[in-house]
Design a protein around this ligand. Structure first.
Ligand code: SF4
Length: 401
């Protein structure tokens, strides 16, 4: 009998590659410039072996999305990236229709690398541009120019990629409304299928954080940032990129299925340092240190444990996460879906809390659902902390990019 996609439970697979060719001044992701190729080879060996450890657990599932993020997966030597890409289908049942994404930084992939990725089943590229203004790129200490981005984008198209996402930022030092709109026009001229638009955040532990006092003079104010966000949403929607999440816009049929798994509280397994998983009602994350990760995976008797945190979510926590993640989506929270999942009505639990946000235009009450308005999305962390009475949202939102 033919087993089809829907006879099995569905699963997302994430693989974290923590290597970059240089470190951007604003970046707090777990990524670094490797000292040698040896560490990359050892890391790839460890991740492949770690995946094999989960082969049994993954039976009964079909992977309908695979995502290689980082870091910069294409900073790996081509043979190492090929080994890692092909190890996914050796250990898990990957659907032929799966969305398979690799993050690429401009200038880190040539035509042969793009072609190799196609042969390994990759069908979606996520490319970081951040800005089409070379001065802004330099201010961010990005490792590429606008022209290098165009070259990489064209090579991806030439290799046959017909699903490309481009990352942009607003709130960059020295950025103005005019330069943001120019970056958006530039990107839309290239016609990617998907655009992600993030607000630059000054995160502790980064060079930007160290220089935060000097930076303040050249950073757009919060009011200007909000105007930028509104203007970007308008510009993108006019060109057919519909907002489906706080930071994500897609042409019809091109929403990122992998990230939707996170926001819809569906199951995924992550491999590599700092990778998070949600599997069998458990949330767990692996350690951050590459050396310790390699040692722990290699030697099962090693005193180092590869898991840094693990928890089984109780109903109340699952509900909190669901609200936090679903409110990121333009579709918001459906009353029927909420009641079906948790056996209690959303209105009875949170109706009073959200009343003021509906009144002030931060939450829109629709027929059978509630969703953040653009103003609400801009201050979503504040609203969610208040509704859910959380001190800090970083623990859960931190792994969602
Ligand atoms: S390329 Fe990406 S992951 Fe690497 S340092 Fe820059 S922002 Fe961080």
């Amino acid at each position: 009998m033919k087993i089809d996609l829907y006879d099995k439970k569905r699963l997302g697979i994430y693989v974290h590659v923590p290597f970059c060719i240089s470190k951007c001044a604003y970046c707090d992701f777990n990524s670094f410039v490797p000292k040698s190729e040896t560490v990359m080879t050892e890391y790839v060996d460890a991740v492949i072996s770690h995946m094999a450890d989960y082969r049994e657990a993954g039976r009964g599932y079909v992977a309908d999305s695979v995502y290689f993020g980082g870091g910069t997966p294409t900073a790996l030597p081509q043979r190492e990236l090929r080994r890692l890409l092909s190890s996914v289908s050796k250990n898990f049942d990957v659907s032929k229709k799966a969305e398979f994404t690799v993050e690429v930084n401009p200038g880190t992939a040539d035509l042969s690398l793009f072609k190799m990725m196609r042969r390994c089943g990759v069908n979606r590229i996520s490319m970081g541009l951040q800005s089409a203004d070379n001065r802004e790129l330099a201010a961010l200490s990005r490792c590429h120019t606008r022209q290098e981005f165009v070259d990489s984008f064209r090579l991806a198209r030439q290799a046959g990629f017909d699903n490309i996402s481009v990352d942009l930022m607003f709130g960059i030092p020295g950025q103005t409304m005019a330069s943001l709109l120019k970056s958006l026009s530039f990107v839309m001229m290239l016609e990617p299928e998907h655009v992600s638009l993030y607000n630059l955040k000054i995160e502790p532990g980064t060079p930007f954080y160290e220089n935060r006092n000097e930076l303040r003079a050249v950073l757009p104010s919060e009011e200007v940032e909000f105007e930028m966000y509104r203007a970007a949403i308008d510009a993108l929607e006019k060109r057919g990129y519909l907002q489906y999440e706080i930071s994500n816009f897609a042409r019809f049929g091109y929403r990122c299925l992998h990230n939707l798994k996170y926001w819809n509280c569906e199951e995924y397994l992550g491999f590599g340092v700092s990778a998070h998983s949600y599997f069998n009602s458990n949330r767990f994350a692996f350690i951050d240190s590459v050396d310790r990760y390699i040692a722990a995976v290699k030697d099962k008797n090693s005193p180092v444990t590869v898991t840094k945190e693990s928890e089984t979510l109780e109903a109340r926590e699952r509900m909190g996460e669901y609200i936090m993640l679903r409110f990121r989506l333009a579709d918001g929270i459906g009353s029927v879906d909420f009641a079906r999942r948790f056996g209690v009505s959303f209105e009875s639990l949170y109706g009073r809390k959200i009343e003021k946000y509906v009144k002030d235009g931060f939450i829109e009450k629709r027929e059978g659902s509630y969703a953040l308005t653009p103003a609400g999305m801009f201050v979503s962390n504040y609203i969610l902390s208040d509704i859910l009475e959380f001190e800090d949202l970083g623990a859960v939102t931190g792994n969602i990019t």
